[in-house]
Design a binder for this molecule. Structure first.
Ligand code: SAH
Length: 349
């Protein structure tokens, strides 16, 4: 058997490799090796989650941001971004519509500081009060531990905070001086300790990224053992300093999804919007390679074009939470089933 496939078998059995071995998997795999990893990942996901695909209604609560991440279209110094923040009423309307459409997880995502803490807490409480059988996920960036604790106490179930890169120097190349790798990692530790189902993640093909960095990302996922992990290709945004950088690779993203599934068999792993933006069949390819979550857009139509993290981000048509029937058909066509369920992390036994 081929070397890379033998190593993939070891990962499948032990859920752990050295950083050097992860780097080898990344550097030396070919298409056939990726297909092999996908077949193992698909089988592992079926053992834990069957053919169920969980959907999350994504509410983009605002694009006002205090941070200045070099890659992101809603960074503070992008003067061209048309800023907005949803009102509590608008957020509740989104959740109501989502609930009617069969969504049982609502993800409130936004730029940092779009909503003051008090309003974050109010919205979590309101949604949990109206829809006690739904989960609330937050993806609102970095806070101090007591703020995260308050969000948890208000009823939030999950928190997504991509680590972006597990290499400190690489982190510094993607973020301005005021932002620190240590703080982001501290946040992830706090979230987990508080009791959130916690998600980390990174962009594939972000500027300056090497196979060594990706190997460190995989090792970090192995050690941190998150309940969720969001990865998607980097896509340049025209009003950022990375405007001329190439986009990340769809096929590498899909291969990494398979490896992450093998590292954490029961992880909740989305086929992300960025993947769907670069490839119209990205969602399907991600699911076939081990992903089991899709996060359609529930934001009010009029703000969707404003939440532009990268160029040409899809937000209507297939990507829309309103197209649920269509999504169901597409998943059925590849042998999967979109379910109306909270879709919590399943502990392995
Ligand atoms: N502000 C919040 C969440 C919003 S950004 C936070 O800091 O967590 C959500 C994710 O979008 C980021 O974590 C990043 O990985 C991704 N993202 C941002 N800009 C991107 C780009 N140009 N291409 C692809 N993904 C991007």
């Amino acid at each position: 058997m081929r070397k890379i496939q033998l190593l993939t078998d070891i990962l499948h059995d032990r859920h752990s490799l050295s950083e050097k071995e992860y780097e080898l998997l990344i550097m030396e795999h070919d298409e056939e090796d990726a297909a092999y990893a996908a077949s193992l990942a698909d089988a592992v996901r079926r053992q834990h989650y069957g053919t169920d695909i969980y959907v999350r209604g994504l509410i983009e609560v605002g694009n006002i941001c205090r941070n200045d991440c070099y890659y992101c279209g809603i960074r503070r110094s992008n003067k061209k971004a048309d800023r907005y923040a949803l009102t509590n009423e608008q957020i509740l309307l989104c959740a109501e519509e989502g609930y009617r459409l069969g969504y049982r997880t609502f993800v409130m995502q936004g730029g940092e500081g779009s909503l003051p803490l008090e309003r974050i807490l109010q919205n979590v409480e309101t949604i949990k009060h109206h829809f006690p059988d739904a989960a609330v996920t937050l993806s609102l960036g970095e806070y101090e531990r007591d703020a995260y604790q308050a969000m948890f106490d208000a009823g939030a179930d999950r928190y997504l905070l991509r680590h972006e890169t597990a290499d400190r120097e690489h982190y510094q190349k993607l973020h301005p001086d005021g932002m620190s790798f240590e703080h982001r990692m501290r946040c992830l530790q706090d979230l987990k300790e508080i009791g959130f189902q916690t998600g980390c993640g990174f962009m594939v093909g972000s500027p300056y990224q090497t196979a060594h960095h990706l190997a460190k990302d995989l090792k970090f996922i192995e050690e941190f053992s998150p309940q969720m992990c969001g990865i998607g290709p980097f896509i340049p945004h025209k009003d950022t300093i990375f405007r001329d950088e190439p986009a990340g690779s769809v096929s590498l993203t899909i291969y990494l999804l398979s490896l992450i599934r093998l590292i954490k068999p029961n992880i909740l792993l989305p086929a992300t919007t960025a993947l769907g933006t670069l490839d119209p069949l990205g969602r399907e390819k991600g699911v076939l390679a081990g992903a089991n979550v899709i996060m359609p857009n529930l934001s009010p139509y009029e703000v969707r074009p404003k939440y532009e993290l990268y160029d040409h981000k899809i937000s209507t048509g297939e990507e829309s939470a309103q197209s649920r029937k269509n999504l169901e058909k597409r998943m059925e066509a590849i042998g999967f089933r979109v379910v109306t369920a909270r879709g919590d992390y399943k502990e392995s036994h």
